[in-house]
Design a protein around this ligand. Structure first.
Ligand code: NAD
Length: 361
């Protein structure tokens, strides 16, 4: 059966890293006949330049007709002065909400080969394996009313709305409990229930849903403490579930525990398991076009796609093993380079994964 993938490279390093993920997928596709078909589309600044919109109708149609979306990243200096309604990041928020990708799964795994790349002591991070489940289509990033208004005295006032319905909290809670069931069976729900009523409801609903998962140990933590614990003793966590904005911040923090933002994939799923897969980092305009970006987060996102949307767990395992083998072969892009290693370009890292994949076959 054909599996159609919408490929949206986006901006900055997006096209460079997505090309490497496609290279890896094509090798596997030819070898084990996965039936993958790729169709490219535009999103972000690249789409704005051609269509005047960061998320044109053509891209929405392509995404809806596809089984999964593989995305690079959006944004860059060139588009920073545009009106917020057409900035590249709007394209990302648009596709997430149009496809109802409410659940964002962000693993933070420390590869033992990169323990020295972490800013924390190796004993604090070695063996780290956390999954952050971030609510992605609600909360303060989407809540209305929002804007900047002028008060009677002429002063400007910015405002946003943190808002969650019970149904939105309960569906992400179910995803998180089920994720914890497949791991170590521990779930920590992060909120700010002592100050924000919206997250007081969050805590109540998560607790209620938890009664259906007696095999999962549920705990609650305020977000400020969670930020502190993530850098103090991160291995205490198995799965973390949290709101859109808290998840955005905490997952970047967890990312750095692993040494490089260039190593971490993500999956964003809807209720039918359709997903969008992307690295957690941005378009890195500071290094775009130099051929030095780390493509591993995108390659690992492609592995998540095989596992979560296409149920091809064995193929996903093979990609993850090939990444591990490439690191064992001591090849490193600049962001994860250390003395004694072989510094490679984006394309050479993709080649190293392909060659490990072929060797492992
Ligand atoms: P960023 O993640 O793009 O970059 C942060 C730092 O990490 C930079 O120094 C960059 O060079 C480095 N980096 C990121 N990915 C890397 C990789 N694969 N290999 C090596 N180094 C890498 O975040 P930023 O600088 O805050 O944002 C840049 C642009 O990206 C902005 O326009 C922002 O809005 C956008 N952004 C997009 C997404 C997305 O598309 N999902 C996410 C975050 C930021």
């Amino acid at each position: 059966m054909t599996k159609k993938i919408a490929v949206l490279p986006g901006d900055g390093i997006g096209p460079e890293i997505v090309a490497e993920a496609i290279k890896v997928l094509e090798v596997l596709n030819a070898e084990v006949n996965l039936g993958l078909e790729f169709e490219h589309g535009l999103i972000g600044g690249a789409a704005y330049d051609v269509h005047g919109s960061p998320f044109p109708q053509q891209t929405l149609d392509l995404a809806k007709q596809s089984d999964a979306v593989l995305l690079g990243a959006v944004g860059g200096y060139k588009w920073e002065s545009l009106d917020i309604s057409v900035r590249p990041e709007k394209g990302l928020l648009g596709i997430r909400s149009e496809l109802e990708l409410f659940a964002n799964l962000r693993p933070a795994i420390l590869y033992p080969q990169l323990a020295d790349a972490s800013s924390l002591k190796p004993e604090i991070v070695s063996g780290l394996d956390i999954m952050i489940v971030r609510e992605l289509t609600g909360g303060i990033y989407f809540g209305q009313p929002r804007g900047i208004r002028v008060l009677e005295n002429g002063e400007r006032q910015g405002f946003n709305t943190l808002i969650y319905k019970e149904s939105e909290i309960s569906r992400i809670a179910h995803t998180a409990f089920q994720t914890a069931q497949k791991r170590q069976g521990r779930l920590c729900s992060v909120d700010k229930a002592n100050v924000l009523e919206c997250t007081e409801l969050w805590r109540e609903v998560v607790t209620e849903v938890g009664k259906q998962y007696p095999d999962v140990a549920l705990s609650h933590m305020y977000v400020d403490n969670a930020a502190m614990q993530l850098v103090r003793a991160p291995k205490q966590f198995d799965v973390i579930v949290t709101t859109n904005m808290f998840g955005d911040i905490l997952s970047d923090c967890a990312a750095m525990l692993t040494g490089s933002i260039g190593m971490l994939p993500s999956a964003s799923l809807n209720t039918e398991g359709k997903g969008m897969y992307e690295p957690i980092h941005g378009s890195a305009p500071d290094i775009a076009g130099k051929g030095i970006a780390n493509p591993l987060a995108t390659i690992l996102s492609a592995a998540m796609m095989l596992r979560y949307t296409f149920n091809e767990g064995a193929a996903a395992d093979r990609i993850e093993q090939a990444v591990n083998d490439a690191l064992d072969a001591n090849v490193r892009t600049a962001d994860i380079y250390s003395d004694g290693m072989k510094k490679v370009s984006t394309a050479q890292m993709g080649d190293a994964v392909v060659s490990a994949l072929i060797k492992g076959a």
